[in-house]
Design a protein around this ligand. Structure first.
Ligand code: PLP
Length: 383
């Protein structure tokens, strides 16, 4: 049996999205910046996509900038806003559990002379709001806090955070990559100035992301060239990718009612079954304030990698602690920030469910998992 439980790393493209993209590849091959009819058709198609996306988030179509990924969107927003607003200040705050593309953008800015601070989180991964408020200085320009963490699925209180950030005179960016469609991202209500998304996390294509920007705030482009996206992101438009992102996003929010419920039932069933079948297992983070697709479990006295390999040999795909960079075996920043004991740092498996999973797959996974854990613990040098 093949079981895919690594949906937080990437998702299988929805066949309806793929069909739409195929037809765009076949017929809509004009460069959207060309002024002939094939180009103009695509230009209008992109405009229509922005309108549809804006409706989902109750935002303005003109405030959308298409990118190649959320990595690019996060780099663009964080570096672009900090570098363009030096007259306001030089202070950036990011949370302690951000994705490496945010962390490394912040590090690059620190090397340029910007002051960067890291907002701490509690043992479940929630940003400590009182501490965040104390960290905001008159020279703070931007606060970047992810909506949902990629490792433990913790959901932040975006409305409260943006209220604190704005009350103290700064701007708010959220990396919402793991939030679609689990959160209702009404950007106006939530007070979001900047937001990043990636299509391949919600059954859309790889290589297609977006940045929501606030046009009242100065931002420098990251990629310069032919002036596309009002000079904010150069490069020939990826029309099939943009159409695929839009279709996937609209479908995700249209169908979220049924699929969130289904995923939650399966995730809770998985956790109950793991607890019943395997001793010495612990949940990283809490089930509260967590997206319904995520389960991050600590298996004492075994390496997560060893479990992952055993599962993979039996057709099951999961991930160890870190999200989309499993080859990079650095200690997880998120698990460190929530205070996990260093001896437990390498014993974690992230199960991330999706809309295509079913109960049979979960039963099979736990059966294989229980066997693997029993086998591996026999060899464990740790008691
Ligand atoms: C929270 C978060 N931010 C950003 C990214 C990067 O997204 P992309 O793959 O589009 O570069 C990921 C990917 O795993 C993520 O989980």
């Amino acid at each position: 049996m093949k079981v895919y439980l690594d949906n937080a790393a990437t998702t299988k493209i929805d066949s309806r999205v793929l069909a739409k993209m195929k037809s765009i590849y076949a017929t809509h091959y004009g460069n959207a910046s060309s002024i002939h009819y094939l180009g103009q058709e695509n230009y209008l198609l992109i405009k229509a996509c922005k309108e549809k996306i804006a409706q989902v988030f109750k935002g303005q179509a003109d405030n959308i900038v298409f990118t190649s990924s959320a990595t690019e969107a996060n780099n663009f927003i964080i570096k672009g806003v900090m570098r363009a607003n030096k007259d306001r200040g030089n202070h950036l705050i990011v949370s302690a559990i951000e994705h490496p593309c945010v962390m490394n953008s912040a590090r690059e800015l620190a090397a340029e002379g910007f002051k960067v601070d890291y907002a701490p989180v509690d043992s479940d991964g929630r940003v400590k709001l009182a501490e965040l408020e104390k960290m905001i200085l008159p020279e703070t320009v931007l606060v970047s806090i992810m909506a949902v963490n990629n490792e433990i699925g913790v959901v932040q209180d975006l409305a409260k955070i943006s209220e604190i950030v704005h009350r103290n005179g700064a701007w708010f960016h959220t990396d919402a990559v793991q939030a679609v469609p689990y959160l209702n991202l009404d950007i106006k209500k939530l007070g979001i100035d900047f937001m990043s998304l990636s299509a391949h996390k919600f059954y859309g294509p790889l290589g297609s992301g977006l940045a929501f920007i606030n046009p009242a705030i100065k931002i420098n482009p990251l990629i310069v060239g032919g002036g596309q996206e009002n000079g904010l992101r150069a490069g020939t438009y990826n029309v099939p990718g943009i159409v695929g992102l839009t279709e996937a996003l609209v479908l995700s929010y249209k169908e979220r009612g049924t699929y969130i419920k289904k995923v939650k039932v399966l995730r809770d069933y998985l956790w109950q079954k793991i607890k019943r079948s395997i001793p010495e297992v612990y949940l990283n983070g809490s089930l509260k304030d967590r997206t319904p697709n995520n389960l991050n479990v600590r298996f004492r006295r075994i390496e997560g990698e060893a479990i992952l390999m055993d599962l993979s040999l039996k057709g099951i795909c999961v991930s160890t602690g870190s999200a989309c960079s499993a080859q990079n075996l650095k200690v997880s920043g998120t698990l460190t920030a929530i205070g996990l004991d260093p001896s437990d740092m390498n014993s974690n498996i992230r199960f991330s469910l999706g809309k295509y999973n079913n109960k049979k797959e979960i039963d099979y996974t736990v059966k294989v998992l229980a066997g693997a854990v029993k086998r591996l613990r026999q060899f464990s040098p740790i008691v």
